[in-house]
Structures are given as structure tokens and as C-alpha cells.
Design a binder for this molecule. Structure first.
Ligand SMILES: N[C@@H](CCC(=O)N[C@@H](CS)C(=O)NCC(=O)O)C(=O)O
Length: 205
């Protein structure tokens, strides 16, 4: 059975758990990371020299990097509906995944660590994070309003997985935030998916 290494409240592990629900693959999971066994444990460093979760073992094949794992699972299950085979549609999907892990997450990170983890090192970065995050939310709002209801248009794709998890954090963390109607509707639409209810909008920011 496929094995996932990583705590279930990690935003990156949650991508993989949600995807496993989408493709209907059973798995076992071992807790590693903040609050559990630390990822700088030498045992874990052998599993992933980078020292971050998630990692999967699919039989003898080991893989790290959450977005890569999501793409691997889509390809493994032949889910062209979630991960297009057309070159340009595929690249567009990957662009949303990359954006969600970089520009979109850059503002989120200090807000999450300042307000939720309450790490004092981030306390004076929260306001700047909210500003950056809001600017990127506006990008998503415009995309969804003009070309939604999903990031790639009419159909749900793996592009929505990393994006949907950042969107969950936006709504689940309490702070004064601008209203984004299309993103709000997107949040509700994603909630129709059992995998998102289990691992995305599940009460955990
Ligand atoms: N690029 C990596 C980043 C993974 C990452 O940053 N994981 C965080 C959790 S979200 C981590 O392992 N933090 C250390 C910890 O939990 O102790 C990926 O997408 O898989």
C-alpha cells in the first residue's frame, strides 16, 4: 500500500491526501514534522535529505515534492481529466500549481506563522503578508470571475489543489480581509468535493 510521510495538518501533505481521495487510492500515513517527530531526525533525513514533508513510497519508488507527487498520482491513474495531456493545457495547469506554491503562498506564510503558529519571529511580518496575499488573491479573483469557475476554466483540475489549500487558509485564518466574491464561490464549489472536505476545508487553516 502507498505510504505517505507527513503530518495531516501540513498544507503540502494535504495536497497529496486530497489527491489520493480524488483518485481513490488507499494509503497509510506516518506522522512527521512540526508537533510530531522532527524532520531533522536522521531517520527522516534518509527518507528526504531536504527535511520536509510530504514524501511518498509507492512500492519501492520514493518521491518528494508535493506538486510533483500530485502530478505523479494523476498520471499513474491515467486521469487526463485532472491533468490534461494536451501540452498547452498541461503547462497552464502546472503554472497554477507553481504560482500557488510561490507568489500566492509568499504572503500567506508570514500570516500563518504569525497568527496561527504564533511564532514571534513572524509577528511584525503579518501586515506585509496580508498586503501581498491580498494582491495575489485579486489575481485569482479576476481569473475566476473572467474564466472560471475553476482555475483552468470549466473543469476541476489538479491546478485547483494547491490553489484550493491556500484559499482555505485565507478563509480559515481570522484577520480583516477584503471580500472576493468569485473566490468565495470557488471555496464553496471546492467544498462539494469529498477530498476537499476531508483535507482542505476541514476546520484546519
Ligand atoms: N517544496 C516542498 C515544501 C514542503 C514543506 O515546506 N513542508 C513543510 C510543511 S508544509 C515542512 O516539512 N515543514 C517542517 C515540519 O513540518 O517540521 C513541497 O512542496 O513538498
Amino acid at each position: 500500500m502507498l505510504k505517505v510521510y507527513g503530518r495531516a495538518n501540513s498544507i503540502n501533505v494535504r495536497k497529496v491526501l486530497w489527491m489520493l481521495e480524488e483518485v481513490g487510492e488507499k494509503y497509510e500515513r506516518e506522522d512527521w514534522g512540526r508537533g510530531y517527530r522532527p524532520t531533522d531526525d536522521p531517520i527522516f533525513r534518509k527518507i528526504n535529505p531536504v527535511g520536509v514533508v510530504p514524501v511518498i513510497d509507492d512500492g519501492a519508488f520514493r518521491l518528494r515534492e508535493s506538486n510533483t507527487i500530485v502530478r505523479y498520482l494523476a498520471a499513474k491513474h491515467g486521469r487526463a481529466d485532472l491533468y490534461p495531456t494536451d501540452l498547452q493545457a498541461r503547462a497552464g495547469t502546472e503554472a497554477w500549481m507553481d504560482w500557488a506554491s510561490t507568489d500566492f503562498a509568499n504572503g500567506m506564510r508570514p500570516v500563518f506563522h504569525g497568527l496561527v503558529v504564533k511564532n514571534p519571529a513572524f509577528a511584525n511580518m503579518v501586515a506585509g503578508g496580508i498586503k501581498d496575499w491580498s494582491a495575489q488573491m485579486r489575481v485569482l479573483e479576476q481569473q475566476l470571475a473572467a474564466g472560471g469557475p475553476y482555475v483552468m476554466g470549466t473543469a476541476f483540475s489538479i491546478g485547483d489543489i494547491p490553489v484550493g489549500l491556500v484559499v482555505n487558509r485565507w478563509f480559515a485564518i481570522r484577520f480583516d480581509k477584503p471580500e472576493f466574491k468569485a473566490v468565495s464561490a470557488y471555496y464553496d464549489r471546492l467544498t462539494e468535493r469529498p477530498g476537499y472536505r476531508a483535507h482542505g476545508r476541514n476546520g484546519t487553516p
